[in-house]
Ligand binder design. Sequence first.
Ligand SMILES: NC(=O)c1ccc[n+]([C@@H]2O[C@H](COP(=O)([O-])OP(=O)(O)OC[C@H]3O[C@@H](n4cnc5c(N)ncnc54)[C@H](O)[C@@H]3O)[C@@H](O)[C@H]2O)c1
Length: 248
Amino acid sequence: MKETALVTGAARGIGRAIVERLAADGYRVIAIDRLEDVHAVAATLVAGGAEVEAAVIDVQDRAAIAALVERHAPLDVIVNNAGITGTRKFEDLTEEDFRSNFDVNTLGTFIVAQEGARRMRNGGRIVNMASRSFAGTPQMAHYVASKTAVVGLTRAMAIDLSPRDIKVNAVAPGVVDTEMLHYMTPERQQVMLSLQLLGRIGQPEDIARAVAFLASRENRYITGQVLIVDGGRSLGQGQLPPEPSPFN
Ligand SMILES: NC(=O)c1ccc[n+]([C@@H]2O[C@H](COP(=O)([O-])OP(=O)(O)OC[C@H]3O[C@@H](n4cnc5c(N)ncnc54)[C@H](O)[C@@H]3O)[C@@H](O)[C@H]2O)c1
């Protein structure tokens, strides 16, 4: 039986890679984004024989999300990937910065997850997109707070949906090469690169692979977890030049 997966923020970047991966894995994919470009993503995959339907919807629009999900129910997988970011010194952050990040990243995740879970088959899987930044990142307090809330939401959902055997996990990417990264100054990007233990910035496909596992039926016993996918950056070190050891 073909399973149905809903992916948000699917027009580009990580979301697009997730749609491509899930389509290749044999899911019927419902790809949503607030950008029209999501239609082109679906059209390319459909031309290659995949079953993908696109919809231009804002994740904050509960009525539109509910109607879409109703049309495609029952769902087997939901990937809450849509998100926004920004960098600003803490002293200069506005309430609007704060609200907009919470509205999309946290409330948007809640709305789609709730409408989706109401129409999900028992045994389904939900993957929320957090960010490694929940462990701390400079000049992004609004984003960090909204993604930390996604981690809390993930754990709470895992508990509340466990009676239906719905597994809920989060993926927390490190720095990934998408439009989101291009908001950063070249100097900041260079510092980010120097912190990557594996010596490279992540690619959207690196994240899609992790999402695909947690979203799959292979995931039978993992719920409420946060999988950090950051090439080792969370170990706290970039590569250092070798030094002579005093013990040799
Ligand atoms: N790129 C990174 O370094 C990085 C790191 C950690 C976490 N993430 C997270 O991964 C996710 C994807 O990020 P990305 O790097 O691909 O970013 P991106 O900006 O390239 O893509 C985000 C997509 O979400 C869509 N979107 C934004 N707000 C929306 C809304 N209200 N309704 C519907 N769609 C909406 C955008 O139109 C866009 O297509 C985000 O949740 C982001 O926070 C990214």
